[in-house]
Design a protein around this ligand. Sequence first.
Ligand code: BG6
Length: 483
Amino acid sequence: MAYTIVIFGASGDLTSRKLIPALYELHRKNRLPPDVRVVGFSRTPFSHEQWRERLAESTAQYESKTFDRAIWDQFAPALFYHPGDIEHLEDFHRLSAFLDQLEGQPGVTRVYYLSTAPKFYEPAIAALGVSGMADQSRGTRRVVVEKPFGTDLQSARHLNEAVHKVFPEQHVYRIDHYLGKETVQNVLVLRFANAIFEPIWNRNYVDHVQITAAEDGVVGRRAAFYDSVGVLRDMFQNHLLQLLALTAMEAPARFEADAIRDEKVKVFRAIRPLRREDVFNDTIRGQYRKYRDEPGVPPDSETATFAVVKLHVDNWRWQGVPFLLRSGKAMPCRTTQIVIQFRAVPHMLFEGGPKMASQSNRLVIQVQPAEGIQLHFYTKVPDGGMRLRQTDLSFSFRDKFSGEMPEAYQRLLLDALHGDASLFARSDEVELCWSIIDPIQETWANPGWPPLALYEAGTWGPPDSVGWMCRQNREWFDYCPVI
Ligand code: BG6
């Protein structure tokens, strides 16, 4: 079977930082099917050789640990470049002729990867249709669409309609790179390959779930773009809601794309929509203090760089168990973690035992960067009377497995080639996620509802985020993992 990956936006950052290094790694590990070629398309004029050289340099930089010039030289002949403008239909016709000539035979599976600015998704897809490049009778034609998929429910619906005019849903791969992370896939393995968690994974034993994606970096050179997006659209609509779905979903009957996505969709449908007063009470929005000094950010910007959102999943398993989602830039460290906070024992015999549910057992799934899982529980302090101390059983991927954790894009690119959409978002998922986020975004458009709280860079968000948890008799699990 032969494959062609066509990258639109080939001179961009994502191509050199993520896509080509991932393809190089797949080649190095012998994971790529033998007959794969990659064609870059963008406006900058390069010859094949110039593009290869440019990518050799960037791959050596971004994949420095494993880059080997001799292996690159075996891989590079599979890279081709075709200059063109995504807004010019004639350039698609030229690209089509170039691909036909390069492939030399019909029936080659093509993956069109849209790594362009989002405003070009729709015209590019339409042009793929008009130029005949999406004609499935000439070989399988898939399209991979990067995030963001729309900016709200209405635009996502519109984009889905535009996509479906050209590609049937089964050939559409919407990227959420969090789903390609090993530890995110491991949530399914933890839950559904082990019998011991299922009986306690519900409202009878779980007090609440915390999902945190903290980043120590500031928005920096992305500031002008970020200011039009903010943390809800950037992190919640996609990554955090996907983590929530994997944590809350029922076991699918089979491990296949639609069965998994059907279960996630049920979770999204069960999330209680936030009313205006809920948004006031159950969300926190923050901005780090120096944000307005970032280049391209207006001095009166109200864009949130930090948020907390409390959601309820209205079904039998999760009734009454809040899911507390939190993400921010300029936090003390980079850490993404899912904390399953169990209830306190019904009657504590020992003095000095946990006073609040949030001090009792918890299961911490470290998504990154200290990939692993910890179970926290109490033990007796030896030779200390009946003093108790919380301790943990700890599993770390690095200790148990050799080799580097692969970048998410390796798995996602390989799955797109092989036609496995399990780790990609379906049209209904994306729309449901927007329908959860939109009411928050719309309410936040009213100043003071809730007020934008400033926080110092290097802290866990606005100080009231702690007070807000305290008022619920709960506590954040603020922990910077030691790697
Ligand atoms: C992206 C967001 O989707 O995810 C960025 O646009 C964010 O703002 C990034 O920094 C985080 O990804 P990761 O893999 O570094 O956790």
